[in-house]
Design a protein around this ligand. Structure first.
Ligand code: C2E
Ligand code: CA
Ligand code: CA
Length: 496
């Protein structure tokens, strides 16, 4: 348009050489008019500016990155933090700023020389970048100071887990030619919005927290807020103690009955783990299962649970209790790891139990995370004859086409749908849909978290097979469960 109107145009174009190579050109096109003023030809003059542009980009990279480690520098960190904060404000999300300072870096630098110091900083930069998610920013402020931005962490615990991962990542000695160097770091953490509204405040408070970490003996992390710190302290203690808790026999299983809705007959139990801590008392799984998942301890804990639940079944059979199925929860880590099949096989064999005595509860998200490996494991378990239940159904992907492919026997409708069954028409509709679908796929259905007779009646009405919840019994220690079962069975026979 410009060429037609004014007889001239200039601008930048991507062009291609005969060889196929693409290049950037700055081009000027001029119209050459004939005697009547109409265009006879166009003349184009161009410069290849590919190299020039590359240099510009290199300069821009240098302006925003630290030349030693190639990490974003203070300038780029500020840009990103500003941008991230704006996003957090708009969408009411959270953000964590971690301030890291290497411990005793100056000593290494002064005694081994600056070249060794530089190499160490490069290695630290690489390990930091590897320890965080791709969406998090690692920047170097200068010297031995680094900052990590964690955007939208799910919980403060998740940020604590990142800090622990960083500390572990730095723990391995750094091989610097003739020297092997141990380096540790102290980390201070502040949160948006709790610990500050803007960049300056968040950085300042993370820095303050970092000094607290140094004061606490280095090689650790510290939250700016006192409450979070207490929580982190508690986490660290639990995590350390968890390693010995299995050996010490601190863990116990409680058993919660499952009941056949049509008849009210007890038809099984779910084993739920409890940590009976010597000084802290009974700790809920909600407090330690996530931590056990992060550290991998869940595998050992879960294996113990399977062995213990099967051992208990054997003791109950020997004591004359009726045969039934015990359900044990299995975490994603176990499902995708190598040991589950052999543990299940061994637990059944040493206790001389039929496979029908054991059911494994897996979560939908657990299966979907690494679908192929999980499905292979489930197929394997299926050949042993144990049954598989999908736990917390309705809260994850709930992909029906996938469900069809999974080798499962049972779905457990999540408590959140049962809770408001009487008042929330939408929840009632979801429950009816799950029941209809399960019927088509020939799956059993257990409703979780049944607390009232009215809920039980509605579920029975809708042809739900089984129920579990406080309405029948809370999770009980093994002796109390046996007693409950005897009483319930006696009640049943009087009814009959
Ligand atoms: P879950 O598998 O969904 O277990 C059911 C939870 O609901 C249990 O919480 C149980 O006490 C609670 N519950 C049962 N009936 C009712 C009710 O009527 N009302 C209400 N409000 N709650 C009810 P608990 O025992 O605290 O366990 C929490 C979670 O910890 C379990 O959720 C499970 O995901 C996990 N967990 C427990 N034991 C193990 C284990 O041995 N291994 C693994 N991997 N996870 C476990
Ligand atoms: Ca469960
Ligand atoms: Ca559940």
């Amino acid at each position: 348009r410009e060429l037609k109107a004014t007889g001239r145009w200039k601008g930048e174009l991507w062009n291609r050489r005969k060889s196929g190579e693409v290049f950037l050109e700055h081009q000027t096109i001029t119209m050459v008019p004939g005697p009547d003023g109409k265009p006879v030809r166009y003349v184009a003059v161009f410069n290849d500016i590919t190299e020039l542009r590359r240099k510009d980009e290199r300069i821009r990279h240098l302006a925003y990155h630290d030349p030693l480690t190639h990490l974003p520098n203070r300038q780029l960190l500020h840009d990103r933090l500003d941008h991230a904060l704006a996003l957090c404000r708009r969408e009411s999300k959270t953000l964590a700023v971690m301030f890291l300072d290497l411990d005793r870096f100056k000593v290494i630098n002064d005694t081994l020389g600056h070249d060794v110091g530089d190499n160490l900083l490069r290695e630290v930069a690489t390990r930091l970048a590897d320890a965080v998610r791709g969406t998090d920013t690692v920047a170097r402020l200068g010297g031995d100071e680094f900052v990590v931005l964690v955007e939208h962490p799910d919980t403060t615990g998740a940020v604590a887990a990142v800090a622990e991962k960083i500390i572990r990542a730095l723990a391995a000695p750094v091989d610097l030619g003739p020297h092997k160097v141990h380096v540790t770091t102290s980390i201070g953490i502040s949160f948006y919005p709790g610990d500050g509204e803007d960049l300056t405040e968040l950085m300042k408070n993370a820095d303050t927290a970092m000094y607290a970490a140094k004061a606490a003996g280095r090689n650790t992390y510290h939250f700016f807020s006192a409450a979070m710190n207490e929580r982190a302290q508690w986490r660290l203690e639990l995590e350390n103690e968890m390693r010995h808790a299995v050996e010490r026999g601190d863990f116990q299983l409680h058993y919660q009955p499952k009941v056949e809705l049509a008849t009210g007959r007890p038809c099984g139990a779910e084993a739920l783990i409890r940590w009976n801590h010597p000084t802290k008392g009974l700790i809920s799984p909600a407090d330690f299962i996530p931590m056990a998942e992060e550290t991998g301890m869940i595998v050992e804990m879960g294996e113990w649970a399977i062995l213990e639940a099967c051992g208990q079944m054997r003791r109950w059979l020997d004591a004359g209790l009726p045969p039934m199925t015990v359900a044990v929860n299995v975490s994603t880590r176990q499902l995708t790891g190598p040991g589950l099949y052999s543990i299940v096989a061994a637990a059944l064999e040493v206790n001389d139990l039929p496979p029908a005595a054991l059911e494994l509860e897996v979560t939908e998200s657990g299966v979907m995370d690494q679908a192929e490996r999980a499905i292979a494991m489930l197929e394997g378990l299926k050949t042993l004859g144990v049954s598989i239940a999908v736990d917390d159904f309705g809260t994850g992907y709930s992909s029906l086409s996938y469900l069809r492919k999974l080798p499962i026997n049972t779905v457990k409708i999540d408590r959140s749908f049962v809770m408001d069954l009487e008042t929330n028409e939408q929840d009632a509709a979801i429950v009816r849909t799950i029941l209809a679908m399960a019927q088509t796929l020939k799956l059993n259905v257990v409703a979780e978290g049944v607390e009232t007779a009215a809920q039980a009646a509605m579920l029975a009405e809708a042809n739900c097979d089984m129920a579990q919840g406080f309405h029948y019994a809370r999770p009980l220690p093994a002796p109390a469960f046996a007693e409950w079962l005897r009483a319930a069975t006696a009640r049943q026979s009087t009814l009959a």
